[in-house]
Structures are given as C-alpha cells and as structure tokens.
Design a protein around this ligand. Sequence first.
Ligand SMILES: Nc1ncnc2c1ncn2[C@@H]1O[C@H](COP(=O)(O)OP(=O)(O)O)[C@@H](O)[C@H]1O
Ligand SMILES: [Mg+2]
Length: 259
Amino acid sequence: MSVLEIRNLHVSIEGKEILKGLDLTVKSGEVHAIMGPNGTGKSTLSYTIMGHPAYEVTDGEILFNGQNILEMETDERSRLGLFLAFQYPVAIPGVTLANFLRTALNARRKAVNPEDKGMPIPEFRKMLKEKMDMLRMDHAFAGRYLNDGFSGGEKKRAEILQMATLKPEIAVLDETDSGLDIDALRIVSEGVNTLRGKDLGVMVITHYQRILNYIQPDFVHVMLGGRIVESGGPELALSLEEHGYEWVREKYEGEAVNG
Ligand SMILES: Nc1ncnc2c1ncn2[C@@H]1O[C@H](COP(=O)(O)OP(=O)(O)O)[C@@H](O)[C@H]1O
Ligand SMILES: [Mg+2]
C-alpha cells in the first residue's frame, strides 16, 4: 500500500505565495477529486508534487510512503511511482511516443528491481497495442513524435496511455477533462476506471463536476486560495455543480469575489 501525505504545504512562485498550508493524504485504492476555481493553485499543487523547479516549497512537507520527497528530482519521484498527467502536455519533437514510453517504463522497472533488463520489445509492442486499444487510439500514434501536432484530446489520451504503461502508485490527473468533447471524456474516463484498483491512488484535479460523473471519487476536496477548505464525499461535488463556488468564497473569504 502507498500513501502520499502532504502536510502544511506552502509554495511560492516568483516570490508570490500560492499554496498556503495545504494538507492532503491520498492512499492507494482511493480516488480523490480536488476541485476549485481557476487560479486557486491546483496546478501548482500538481507541479510541486512532481518537483517542478520553478515551485519553491517554503514550508511543510510531502511524504511518499513515509519518505520525504522534496529533495528528490522529478525523475526519481516518477521511478518511485508518482505520476502526473499534465493539464498542458508538452510536445517533444524527435522522440516517438513508443520510445518515450519504453524508456520511462524501463526506468521505472529498474527502480522496482535493479536486476531488471527492461521489457523485451515484442512484449512491449503487444502491451502498448492493448493499451492503445483500450483508449481507442490509432496504433500509428506510437510512431509519432510525442504530442507533436496532437489535438487536445489526443494529448490527454497520450497522458493516460503513459499512466497505463507506467502503472504508478499515486497518479495526479490535472484537468484531464479540459478540452475534451464528451466522447473523448468518456474514453479517457473509462481508461482511468480500468486502471483503478487497490494498488492505485488517484487525484483527479478539476474545475468542473462533469468528469466526476465518469470517474466517481471516494473523497471530494475544495481548494480555495491555496488551501483545502472543504472535504466530503461525492455529494460535495454535486453541490458545487448546483451552487457554484460562490458559497465557498463567501464562507472562507467573507465576501463574494468575481471569477
Ligand atoms: N509561472 C508562474 N509565474 C507566476 N505566477 C504563476 C505561475 N504559474 C502560476 N502562477 C500563478 O499562481 C496562481 C495559481 O495558478 P495555478 O496553480 O495554475 O491555478 P489553477 O490550476 O488552480 O488554475 C495563479 O494566480 C497564477 O497566475
Ligand atoms: Mg490548473
């Protein structure tokens, strides 16, 4: 069983404090939805978990299975079993999707078992095809440069394909629903649901309730002003859909704020 524990996390970017004492614990087997208005620090949280160098942790800690990860590089966190599906996936011209996935997979296997010699290529190809079929991706994508010229929906599928290949222990999906039409949203959600299970913990970060109709969370948290201000079950997401974020702002900021 894996546990990601975030305690009193304070994070600044370019000298501006964005996260202001955030607490959250995610265990394998659990799906947590993190909801909140734009600009509240959701992506900051996901980048900080993965160790993006622009995000400075000024206080608090992040523990993965009891181990402080804040001093670790991003690739080390990835090999440990943390995964982030980006809100805005970047293109890497010159690196094919298949090569990228095979390199990442073999690095992760080696971290789990130092004796591992990497997945044999025929086995890798077969595995990749199965997972692409699950996400209804054309096999030709494997030979294309990573995210280069991919549509919004194709990029998000490629992120979930990465997750399916790497089999992380804790996965953070940052607005995987943004830019997806309803069919793509359903396919991507089905992919996540297929991967769901006792060995995987998931943080679904989203602005809208919509994706939570497909990926049903065990816990829902509302983020505002760089902190988690409300936590509950799926009913909390429905209440946000019905009433918006205004009541949360009124309750925690003492006044209504636009945006
Ligand atoms: N690279 C950056 N430089 C300066 N400010 C940033 C940067 N990235 C994010 N911010 C600011 O941090 C705040 C939180 O952003 P973000 O974490 O992306 O929020 P969310 O994902 O909830 O929409 C916003 O006010 C945003 O303008
Ligand atoms: Mg964001």
